[in-house]
Design a protein around this ligand. Sequence first.
Ligand SMILES: *Cc1c(COP(=O)(O)O)cnc(C)c1O
Length: 317
Amino acid sequence: MQPEDVAAATHRIAAHVHRTPVLTSRRLDERVGARVFLKCENTQRAGAFKVRGAFNALLQLPPAQAAAGVITYSSGNHAQAIALAAGELGIPATIVMPHDAPEVKVAATKGYGAAVVRYDRYAQTREQIGADLARERGLTLIPPYDHPHIIAGQGTAAAELLAQAHGLDVVLTPLGGGGLLAGTILAAREAAPAARIYGVEPEAGDDGLRSLRAGRIVHIDTPRTIADGAQTQALGEWTFPIIAGGAADVLTVSDEALREAMRVLATTTKLVAEPTGVLALAGLLTHTGTISGGRIGVIVSGGNVDLDRYAALIATQ
Ligand SMILES: *Cc1c(COP(=O)(O)O)cnc(C)c1O
C-alpha cells in the first residue's frame, strides 16, 4: 500500500464524512509539557472514525457486488459504520451480532436499515456464521481492519490532522487490529516523514507490542479491558507489516489510565469519549517522559458509550 491510497480515499469519502475538528487546551499542554492537538473523531458520523473505512470500502465495490450486498460480524463501531454507509449508498447490509448483544446496539444498527442476524456466541463463531452467510447469499464480507480499503480510509483521519496542525513531531493513535495505526503510518509517510507514530493498546491486550518485539503476528486470548473496541486478539496480515515497518513503538496503558484520560478530556475540552477512544491520550499521559516532541497529535477515536456507563467509569473511588 502507498500514501496515495490515503489521498485517494480522502477525495472518495469527502462528501460522506465530517472533517472533524482539532482541539487544543492550555491546561493539557501544561500538564504534558508540549503542544497537544486532539483530532476529535468522537464527533465523527456514527461516533467514530470507522465510517471512513466503511465508505472507502463500499464506494469501491463493483456494481454487481454492491447490488448483492455486504456482511460484517462485529457488534461495535464497525457494524454501525457499515450499516450507516450501506444505507446511505443503497447497498443491502447484513450484520452478524451475538444473541446477547445490547438491544440498544441492535436497534441502532436496524435503525440505519441493516438486517441483523443473531448467533449464539457459546455455540457458534461469528467468523463461521459470517462466512456461511456470505457464501449462501452471495454477500461480500467487509472486515473491520484487515483490508487495504479499510486501512486507507482510516488513514484519512491522520491525513486531515496533519493538514490541520502543521509540523507534528509525534502522532499517537489507539491500536486494536491496526487499521487506524497502519492508515496513519501511510498518511504520515508523505505528509510528515519525520513524525514518530505510536500505537497505544490496553495493557491486558498487548498483542501489538508483543508482535512488534517478536517480528511476527502474536495471537492472544480476548483481553479483559474496558477498552471494548480494542479487544482484538491479533493484528492482521495487511496491518502488521505496515506497523512493523513504520511505527516508532507500541505503548500500553492500564484501564485506570483510561478512566483518568476520560476525566482529563472532559475537564479540559468538555468532550465525551469512550474508553477505547482515549487510548492515545492515556498513552501520552502515562508515557510523557518517553514521548519527546514539542507538537503532539492525538487521535480521539470514538465517543460511543452509554451515558450511565460513562458516569460510572469517570467516577473516582
Ligand atoms: C475500532 C476502534 C479502534 C481500533 O481500531 P483498529 O483499526 O482496529 O486498530 C479504536 N477506537 C475506536 C473508537 C474504535 O471503534
